[in-house]
Structures are given as C-alpha cells and as structure tokens.
Design a protein around this ligand. Structure first.
Ligand code: GLA
Length: 387
C-alpha cells in the first residue's frame, strides 16, 4: 500500500496523524537451509519489499496495534503484555516489546498501524520482518537509537522462541535487520560473524515463486527436525569433540556416519554437514561470477532438502522440477523453512517472461492451482523512512 494511503488509514483508525514511518524487509535465503540452528553458514539477503509501520507516540502506556492486512485491532498495556491466541500477529510485537522491557530498555505507549507486502506463511519471513520492525521502532523512538542492531536481531529471535513458541534459528531476523542493498550476507550462525557479498548475477536474475500451498501447521515438523539434529550431534559427540554438526567437514562426517544407526537421523545430519559445505562453494562461485556452478549448487541443495531433510513436499518439488525444465533456468531451490512457501530460481534475464508463463502452466497442471511470481531487488535492512 502507498505510504500516503497508509497515512489516511492511520487517521481513520486512530483519529490523529501518524508521526513516524518505518520499513522492514522480507528475505530470501540463497543457500544454507535448515542449518542456522546447527551452527552453520547461511547466505540470505533482504528483499526490497516488506512491512510498513506508521507510529504515533501516546501520552499514556497503551500499545494499540492495527493492520491493513487483517481485521484485528488490539490494545495492551506496556506493563502487562501477555501472549493471547486471539491477538494473532500482534503477539510478535508484544513479544519483542516485553523482552526489551525485561532487558531494561525504555518503552512508552504507541498507536501503530502495520501494513505488510510480504505474503504470510510463504517462507519470506513476514514474522521476522515484523519483529525486527518493532525492535527498531522502540530503539529509535525511546532509546536514542543506541541499541546495537545485532542485539535487536537477537531480541527478535528470542521473542519468536520464547513468546510465540517457535524454535527458529537466527537467520531470518539477521537478514531482515542487517540487510544491505544489493548484498547478500554470509553469516556464521555459531559466532554471528558475517560479511557482505556482492550479488553479481550478470545476465541472470532471481525469480521468487510462491507455491501458494495453503498454510498448514509446520512448527511441529520444524521443531522435530531440530531435535533429530540434536540427537545426531549427541551421538557423534560420544566419539568426537565437536560443538555443532556444521563444524564437521563432509569427509569427517563420512567417517562418523556409521555411528548414526537411525537412517532418518543420519540423513538429517548429512544434509546439515553437506549443506554447510555447499554454502562455502556457493559463496565462492558467486564471487567469481561462475553462475552455472552457483545454479548447480542450488539444485543440489534442493535435492538434499527433498531426499535427506524431507522438508519440501510435492508443491515445492513440482515448482523446482518445472522451473528447471525451462530454457534459461540454471538453478532452483526452495527457500526458508519449506513444507510449502516459496522457491527461488536463477533465470536468464531475457527468458523470464516465457519462464513465468511455462512454470505457471505446468505447475497448475500438476498441482491444480496457480503459483505466484515476485520480482524483487535486494533491499536495505529495517529502517526509518524520513520524508
Ligand atoms: C525458518 C527459520 C530459520 C531457518 C529456516 C530454514 O525460516 O525461521 O531460522 O531455520 O527456516 O533454513
């Protein structure tokens, strides 16, 4: 929604003008899936669309939340922030604010209007976008912008883990909060050290494709994968001192995999170790402009997520298979948690029109409904918009 329309909506809802505007992006992950919680390397970037917030500071301690996306208006007191099922998306901002208060940061009452362009539950991090957005608002408006950005990222993740109850890793909040225009972030999720990388796609572009699979409850499957990896690590640690799965090289893992008697647990660990190795290769090939190799690694990543980690599902597999049949597409994979959501494809610029048409047709023939396509540049992390 246009910011001027949003300002009008704000007045309609709250009866007064808003004072501040903020934007927080969504993200895609280029490669390095389901390894942030295994201490691995991930390679995400922020999108150039995301979640807007218009804010007005109040004289009292009331936190009012409204959204243009959902018919829900909710109000809480700064001193009494509780998780409530019926508050739905507003639990994310409440969780962030509660954690900031517990850490001793200042928060006052606000009227907030949220407006998101990120499709919900599509694996583009609409929730991390909202969480970091609130952290940055509280930082800029009440704490003189002094809270370190990585600290805000961690607070956002903590809110999702402890307040909302999803045991996610740090990748999404980090990509959203630390994103830089035209750069991807190579992030070591164990140490949180990171570097920015130019995304030199030459005459290729990344196309985001949404399976449009209806949202289902994936949190339990996500948490299940995490505990399978923890189980694998515990067994390996009996034999070898290692901090996390991604500290192992593929060669080291191959020597130890006999320890993992349960085939499923072995496959999960194997994915983590090999995916981490692929991130290093993908970073190098992108850096050298070797896009065919980069594309090949994307395909390998998807295959591993399909066969070893089992988080793709028929919709994502159909998208990736159909994408790869089109001339000019040299790589494709699911992005995010999986089980539906989005895939990314690396497609030659002059073939994108035909690509979308063909994938739409063949996916619809196979799955029974249409996918959606998004084009996005690589955007900035969460920021205030000054006019
Ligand atoms: C979700 C989680 C992330 C990460 C990805 C999979 O997006 O929020 O922490 O684990 O899944 O890579």
């Amino acid at each position: 929604m246009e910011i001027n329309n949003l300002k009008e909506r704000f007045i309609e809802i709250y009866g007064e003008k808003s004072e501040f505007n903020f934007l927080s992006p969504g993200r895609i992950n280029l490669i390095g899936e389901h390894i942030d919680y295994n201490g691995g390397l991930v390679f995400p970037c922020a999108l150039d669309f995301g979640t807007y917030a218009l804010v007005k500071i109040r004289d009292d301690n009331k936190l009012n939340f409204a959204s243009t996306n959902f018919d829900l208006k909710t109000s809480s007191d700064v001193g009494n922030l509780l998780y409530k099922e019926e508050d739905d998306w507003a639990n994310y901002p409440k969780g962030v604010i509660k954690i900031m208060l517990n850490k001793g940061y200042k928060v006052k009452g606000m009227d907030i209007l949220i407006s998101g362009d990120i499709p919900n539950g599509a694996g583009l991090s609409s929730s991390a976008s909202l969480e970091v957005l609130i952290g940055v608002i509280v930082n800029n408006l009440f704490n003189e912008g002094k809270i370190d950005r990585v600290e805000l990222v961690k607070i956002a993740q903590q809110a999702e883990n402890e307040f909302v109850g999803v045991n996610c890793g740090v990748m999404d909040q980090f990509a959203v909060g630390m994103g830089k225009k035209d750069k991807a972030i190579l992030l070591d999720c164990n140490s949180l050290s990171y570097k920015y990388a130019d995304v030199k796609l030459l005459d290729y572009a990344i196309v985001i494709i949404n399976t449009n699979k209806r949202r289902s409850l994936n949190e339990s499957k996500y948490n299940e994968r995490r505990s399978e990896c923890e189980e694998a690590l515990k067994i390996i640690q009996r034999e070898k001192k290692v901090e996390n799965l991604c500290k192992l090289t593929p060669a080291e893992f191959d020597k130890l995999e006999y320890l993992l008697k349960d085939e499923k647990v072995k496959n999960r660990a194997k994915h983590a170790v090999y995916e981490n190795d692929r991130v290093i290769s993908a970073f190098d090939s992108l850096n050298k402009g070797e896009l065919e190799e980069f594309g090949r690694l994307l395909i390998e990543s998807h295959d591993s997520l399909k066969n070893l980690y089992e988080v793709t599902g028929k919709e994502l597999d159909a998208l990736v298979e159909e994408a790869l049949k089109v001339e000019g597409c040299i790589g494709a994979r699911m992005t995010g948690a999986g089980f539906g959501g989005c895939a990314i494809a690396l497609v030659k610029n002059d073939k994108i029109g035909g690509f979308a048409e063909q994938v739409k047709k063949s996916y619809t023939d196979r799955i029974g409904y249409e996918p959606s396509f998004y084009s996005s540049g690589i955007g900035e992390g969460t920021h205030e918009i000054f006019e």
